[in-house]
Design a protein. Structure first.
Length: 191
């Protein structure tokens, strides 16, 4: 996994955390707009990101503001993937708010621009977020995904997540129904 400055001679992604992103003023200034373009484009194409209609610019800006605030409070992690200084993916996790759930976090979203598929962006983001969770002392990292998202489910299994539940036909997109699949990565079992 490449980390550091957002240029890549190999064509692979460079993954920045929130602090590194903030240290790059030109990238930080464009981050919300670039993230909106990726998220809205993916949702328009039918991606399973939690929206039925593409989110507005304001909705994405508010979401990212909340994530950055959580990062600064020690309750989250944000990662941004770049290829040739162009945002091609983002992901984040947030710590559970309930006091009894505080040692745990939910991997809320990983989104990769369709043009960057096959470059290892999803894997690089996921691995960086897992490493961030370990460093933050997270005990269990959870996520849920739509059951037809075979590529994402394969990726999650390949980095150690295991399925712990499934709600058949739970996700409604118009007349179509999809399973909601729950995955977990239990760091307590990994020593």
């Amino acid at each position: 996994m490449n980390t550091g400055r957002p240029t890549s001679e190999s064509g692979g992604p460079v993954v920045l955390d929130a602090m590194q992103l903030a240290s790059e003023p030109d990238l930080e200034a464009r981050f919300a707009e670039s993230a909106h373009e990726i998220l809205a484009g993916l949702v328009r194409g039918g991606a399973a990101l939690g929206w039925v209609e593409p989110p507005s610019r304001d909705e994405v800006a508010e979401l990212l503001g909340n994530v950055v605030a959580a990062v600064h409070a020690g309750d989250g992690a944000l990662r941004a993937a770049y290829v040739d200084r162009r945002l091609v993916g983002l992901g984040y996790w947030l710590r559970y708010a309930r006091p009894t759930h505080r040692p745990h976090a939910d991997l809320e979203k990983i989104a990769v621009d369709g043009a960057a598929h096959g470059l290892g962006v999803g894997r690089a983001l996921t691995e960086a977020l897992i490493a961030d969770a370990r460093r933050a002392g997270i005990e269990v990292l959870t996520l849920d995904a739509r059951g037809d998202n075979a590529n994402a489910l394969h990726l999650y299994r390949s980095v150690g997540f295991t399925e712990y539940g499934r709600l058949p036909g739970f996700v409604a997109v118009g007349e179509r129904r999809y399973d909601k699949v729950f995955y977990m990565l239990d760091f307590r079992r990994q020593g």
